[in-house]
Design a binder for this molecule. Sequence first.
Ligand code: ARG
Length: 466
Amino acid sequence: MKYISPVSRSGRFVGGPAADVAQFTESISFDWRLWRHDILGSMAHAEMLHAIGVLKKNDMQAIVRGLDAIGKEIKAGKFKWDPALEDVHMNIEAELTRRVPAGAKLHTARSRNDQVALDIRLWLRDEINSLLGELADLQRALVLLGERNADVLIPGYTHMQRAQPVYFAHHLLAYVEMFERDCERLWDCHSRVNVCPLGSGAIAGSTLPVRRELVAKVLGFVDVRGKPQLTQNSMDAVSDRDFAVEFCAAAALLAVHFSRLAEDVILWAGAEFNFIKIADAYTTGSSLMPQKKNPDVAELARGKTGRVVGNLMALLTLLKGLPMTYNRDLQEDKERLFDTVDTVRATTRLMAAMLQNTKINRAACDRAVSDPALLATDLADYLVRKGMAFRQAHHVVGAVVALAEKSGKPLNVLSLAELQSVDKAFGRDALAVFDLKAAMAKRNVVGAPGTKEVARQLARWRKQLS
Ligand code: ARG
């Protein structure tokens, strides 16, 4: 039979698909962005086919040159994608074969099923690496903002009620910790993305003596010791999208962290808190109210969490109930994955830039943290030091707070007589607990917002992120 075209319908079919079928089944409108990795995978495959004698050297070289030229045209926006060719894989192969006859041999021992699994893995691996770099930038922005305001204190909140004083930097470093765990999860996910499925064919490998290790090495699918990482079951290899689910799960939690940070930023930027001022370039105005300056970057970061979480649900639902092995349903993985990657990467960059352009309003923070009630627990600790049981001390200080409230005085201006009217254990030194600076110097438990400890944590992160 005469070879006609690399389109998957040749031979078996008498005609093309109905127009609406073609439109319903195409993926070129979104999977074109895998072109770079599709080309890299094909070059490695061609090299391997040459190594096992399927491709002569000059044919292999012509294929590699042809793919390279196609890549340059795509990059320049000059390549014409043809929806009739369904997807990125067939568009590139068809054009290659049109230019280089040996291109007809390229698909030897390969199926789009292992090819698409390969392309997504290669693409996602690069995206994870970029995202990790961007997350480090975001962490650095948080650390820098903390360092620049190292002595600024704010109330820490529980139940959105003022609780105990903390360094602003301590609050910011809480997010640095969260993002570090996100990085660890992404890096862990990377180890399972970084496994080569090529050679699995459509479902059952190949009868030809393909050299999977060679392809894996060329494409960098190796562990830290340089050992090639290969999928170990051809059926699993073509139907597995666990790595995409894992990425989307890690991304969903990352987005939840963005959302929480965004919520803090939004609160802080409001007049009621007034703890921070975001530079004009990172805020937007209102179409009606001329005085408004809105924290839209943070709001959108919070809002986009919905789609990232939704994408994870979509992927889980997509896979649920799929029989072995490849089913066309799997084509639906890409838009969810692309959207997740695009959303979390853009959000990471924008949050970092916004924080780099944010100033802390020291005066407002000072005012908020000057509330002596924030140190009520320190007063209870004072009584504990005198030998009182904490539960009793808690009760006594509660009564002191009630007394202060009744007499309309802040806690720190109660007289010794007033304190002793509640409990005789109070001494002259009791009011010294309300010295904020001294109070912060005492919190030196690991992980506490003490003066020394926060400085130590800032220095640790500075070093770790440099
Ligand atoms: N465009 C397809 C996808 O994204 C490529 C694999 C198609 N394989 C197939 N046997 N139809 O999943």
